[in-house]
Design a protein around this ligand. Structure first.
Ligand SMILES: [Ca+2]
Ligand SMILES: [Ca+2]
Ligand SMILES: [Ca+2]
Length: 638
């Protein structure tokens, strides 16, 4: 447990911690109604949701940003076009990682965009009596297809989630790696979604039940959801079977739950600190104790039994619907309880009565954190592995640096644990989003603007631009990366771990193109990362990638491509495997089909394409479970 520090810290931190780094700034768009989510998209774009007008748009960046609407969801607001509105409304947005691929086959295989929005109100167009149950809304998450113009083909992933005039939370992100499951269909990227406590116990929701501690209700939770149908049928198609409260059989709200005990977590971002990937979140609390948490499967984050650290500072004061909290008693009785790693800011027990007597919320020691993003680019001195936190109550974005252990934050160059940025341009900052170049920062404000701040100071020596890996034959993986380096750069090491924690160095790479062949991929999970060394011994890590290797599954390679006469398909399998090879034209007409049994070892199929017209073909290879092992575009030359 972290010991409370006197409230004076608040005033020191707020007044004496502004940035020393220099930035240029410009407004890239204004007149939004209002920007809620800002996602960095393919082809140097921003994708945004407008939470009042219910529009999803793409903004191309560059010298003259251009906004293009891709979806109008305003028909969903008919039941609250007047009267009390939901908080948020159109909220989270996430783009499937395939959309960022340069390969059109990969993009078109999973061209998915996910959005979370409130779509219904129980008593249409009512004002909400205080107290009363009339401000009950419903929320859904929908998946769309994107092929370059608009969002089409809606598929509802979760319907009829709770909604409210308060504390919907609504942040929606996709994990950074493909997450392992029991088979190919259950091995996929996963969505993480924050759903708040609906404002239970305050304002128009004074009489609403507080459900953050009730695992059977989807309120006050982080949910974990499939990005694609896992084949289990009905609702279970969208539920990961390894969720902590999952039980086979009929699906109920608890099956979606990843963590519980949350009040209003509007910030969610994956970040890797010293090689350990973690899911960080920011969470608004009540009078004090706004939190930064590390979200883990099955953990309980305390609300409405604990707020901030488990330090008894609110004992005797109402939090949520709990009129008699006893923080340390709850924490010692709850083995899954997890403290925040940081609080912005807290109040001592001795001063709590004065705080509760103060009805002016602008004077409460809270920042109303609205979003977070993780800085991994190592461009700005000291910034690598920082978290940026946007704040509704202050005209600021805060920077903190989580420690390696994931238990606290480090002291920054100003001698404090925060530094604030991007001040002086307006209050109610809704979203902070970092450009992958590590130099540009996007700040959305409720006034309807998105501003771009570009760092103009000295930059550091190396930045990873990408890191990718794939199996190229049985037990052999190819790892490639790009990096920008300067004269301080010395060399790279490629490292592998089978447990995600203990890494071994496989080799040292000194010159571009940066590539390493791992000849001894282990059965099961293989985590890879690149460590970059400067000449003075300082080092940084790339992001981590995971390759799951099942020796019983065949590995396919094809060559050459483009092809002018014969296409070679090499099948590498540790055991006898039935493989179906299909070649179609771009319309799907089958040109060639062959089923054979191959392995153990390496076998070659030779497809004679000499007489086939010069055009694009699609090669698809499936095993006898109809799992697609390869989908590849083949270009036939004259
Ligand atoms: Ca399932
Ligand atoms: Ca908490
Ligand atoms: Ca506390």
């Amino acid at each position: 447990m972290k010991k409370p520090i006197h409230i004076l810290l608040l005033f020191i931190a707020v007044n004496a911690s502004a940035q020393s780094e220099t930035f240029n700034k410009r407004t890239i768009i204004s007149g939004l109604n209002d920007a809620w989510e800002v996602v960095y998209g393919p082809n140097d774009s921003l994708w945004i949701t407008e939470n009042v007008s219910y529009k999803i748009s793409r903004i191309s960046l560059g010298a003259t940003p251009v906004k293009t609407e891709v979806l109008d969801l305003s028909a969903n607001t008919s039941t609250f076009s007047s009267g009390t509105r939901p908080q948020g409304g159109l909220m989270g947005l996430a783009l499937h990682p395939n959309l960022y691929s340069s390969d059109p086959i990969e993009r078109n295989a999973k061209p998915w965009v996910y959005a979370a929005f409130v779509y219904d109100k129980a008593i249409p167009n009512s004002t909400c009596a205080n107290p009363g149950p009339t401000c009950v809304f419903s929320t859904r998450i929908v998946r769309y297809d994107y092929h370059g113009t608009s969002l089409t083909n809606p598929v509802i992933i979760i319907d009829n989630m709770p909604g409210s005039s308060d504390h919907n939370s609504g942040r929606l992100i996709i994990g950074p790696t493909i997450e392992a499951g029991s088979d190919a269909a259950h091995t996929q990227y996963r969505l993480y979604y924050t759903i708040g406590d609906m404002g239970a116990g305050q304002l128009t929701n004074t009489s609403r039940t507080e459900n953050a501690q009730n695992v059977n209700v989807m309120e006050g939770k982080v949910l974990r959801i499939n990005t694609e149908d896992d084949g289990d049928g009905a609702l279970d198609s969208w539920v990961p079977n390894d969720n902590p409260f999952y039980t086979a059989g009929s699906i109920t709200p608890r099956d979606y739950v990843y963590s519980l005990g949350h009040r209003n977590a509007q910030g969610l971002a994956w970040g890797t600190v010293s090689g350990v990937p973690r899911l960080y979140s920011s969470e608004q609390q009540d009078r004090s104790d706004d939190e930064i948490n590390i979200i883990e499967s099955g953990k309980n984050y305390g609300w409405d039994q604990v707020t901030g650290y488990c330090d008894d500072n609110v004992n005797g004061f109402k939090i949520g619907q709990n009129t008699n909290p006893d923080e340390q008693n709850f924490c010692s009785a709850t083995v899954t309880y997890k403290d925040p790693i940081y609080s912005t800011w807290f109040e001592s027990a001795a001063n709590m009565a004065a705080l509760y007597a103060n009805g002016n919320n602008s004077q409460w020691p809270t920042i109303a954190s609205s979003s977070i993003d993780f800085y991994w680019q190592n461009k700005i001195p000291d910034w690598n592995e920082s978290i940026l936190i946007s704040s509704l109550k202050q005209d600021k974005v805060y920077r903190i640096k989580p420690n390696t252990a994931g238990t606290d934050v480090l002291t920054l160059p100003n001698g404090m644990d925060t530094i604030s940025y991007f001040r002086g341009d307006g209050n109610r900052i809704r979203r902070i989003r970092i450009h992958p170049d590590g130099l540009k920062f996007y700040v959305a404000r409720d006034a309807g603007t998105i501003m771009e701040y570009t760092y103009t100071g000295v930059t550091l020596s190396a930045t990873f631009l990408k890191f990718e890996g794939k199996l190229i034959s049985s037990g052999v993986a190819e790892l490639t990366w790009d990096a920008v380096t300067d004269q301080q750069h010395d060399y790279f090491e490629l490292q592998r771990s089978v447990d995600g924690t203990n890494f071994i160095t496989l080799g040292r790479i000194t010159s571009a193109p940066y590539k390493f062949i791992d000849q001894s991929v282990q059965a099961g999970s293989n985590y890879y990362r690149v460590k970059q060394f400067d000449k003075d011994g300082k080092s940084i890590y790339s992001k981590e990638i995971k390759i799951v290797y099942d020796p019983s599954r065949a590995v396919i390679t094809t060559y050459p491509n483009p092809v002018s006469d014969f296409l070679n398909v090499r099948i590498s399998a540790a055991e006898r495997t039935q493989v179906k090879t299909i070649l179609t034209d771009i319309e799907g007409k089958v040109i060639y089909s062959r089923t054979g049994i191959y392995g153990p070892g390496t076998s070659d199929i030779r497809i004679d394409m000499q007489k086939m017209p010069a055009q694009i073909y699609i090669l698809k290879i499936q095993n006898n479970n109809n799992e697609v092992l390869v989908t590849q575009k083949i270009l036939k030359l004259q």
